[in-house]
Design a protein around this ligand. Structure first.
Ligand code: ZN
Length: 270
């Protein structure tokens, strides 16, 4: 009956005789009933096992894995290069150098924001249009900016493929693969347009046939940078101005960040 004693009301009365000393160095609990002692020893044993289990679990616990984030890759295609100098922008500046410098600048801005960037060239190399599309398609990018420059016009010119939009097919034909992506490319051009206007620059939108872009299977826009001109068409910011180059790159980076936000929102709520 002593074992049941632990669970009865009289336990509390009986245990008034219990001596409990809370000392800084040790805890002494004494009860005059053998049943209470056994039960107490049992409780202490269970508590000790539980404590050991908690310690073992916390020692082996790994940090909780971060929530998976959707993959987001941007391809920067510095147009021209090598034998292909592109257009002459000024006496000392050719298009192929401008596009590479812009690609490098934009790449570092995007990388600083945690965006994975793939480039079609990192030096003054000749890269065929098909190779550029191949790099972009292999990267399975969420955006590709094909970078150009022109001495004529004003601000930034955005060109999307002139191909007629079609439904995606399992096997896209080379040279017209972009047709299945034109709608997304137009949406990307819209985001770029907003960001560049927000940065206070002129924007012109157009459609054009571009060999590299037309073979790409991703949202792709050709970005042609021209000098910024005032009301009288005089140049307010030239292509050789580092400040203007930085301003353009910042606007393009802001657009890509906005595009990433939209992409993640779309994937979360298709
Ligand atoms: Zn060009």
């Amino acid at each position: 009956m002593r074992t049941r004693h632990f669970l009865t009301e009289s336990f509390f009365a009986d245990c008034l005789a219990t001596e409990v000393n809370f000392l800084p160095s040790r805890l002494k609990i004494r009860c005059s009933f053998a049943g209470c002692k056994r039960a107490l020893r049992g409780c202490l044993a269970v508590c000790a096992w539980a404590a050991l289990a908690v310690i073992a679990q916390s020692a082996s616990a790994q940090p909780a894995p971060a929530a998976p984030q959707a993959r987001f890759v941007v391809v920067l295609d510095a147009a021209h290069g090598g034998d292909d100098t592109g257009g002459r922008l000024s006496e000392n500046q050719v298009e192929k150098s401008f596009t590479l410098a812009l690609s490098v600048r934009l790449r570092s801005l995007l990388a600083a924001r945690g965006i994975q960037v793939v480039t079609t060239r990192e030096s003054d190399a000749t890269v065929a249009p098909d190779k550029r599309a191949e790099i972009a398609n292999h990267a399975q990018a969420q955006a590709c900016l094909s970078l150009h420059a022109s001495a004529s016009g004003s601000g930034v010119h955005l060109f999307t493929s002139s191909l007629t939009p079609v439904q995606p097919t399992r096997f896209a034909a080379w040279k017209t693969a972009q047709a299945a992506w034109v709608t997304r490319s137009l949406a990307l051009a819209g985001v770029l347009n907003s960001a560049i206007q927000h940065a206070g620059m002129n924007v012109t939108l157009g459609r054009i046939a571009l060999p590299a872009v037309d073979s790409m299977t991703c949202p792709a826009v050709a970005v042609e940078v021209a000098p910024e001109r005032g009301a009288g068409q005089q140049i307010a910011a030239g292509l050789d101005s580092p400040d203007y180059q930085a301003h353009v790159a910042e606007a393009l980076a802001a657009a890509i960040l906005e595009w990433r936000t939209e992409a993640w929102r779309t994937e979360a709520h298709p």
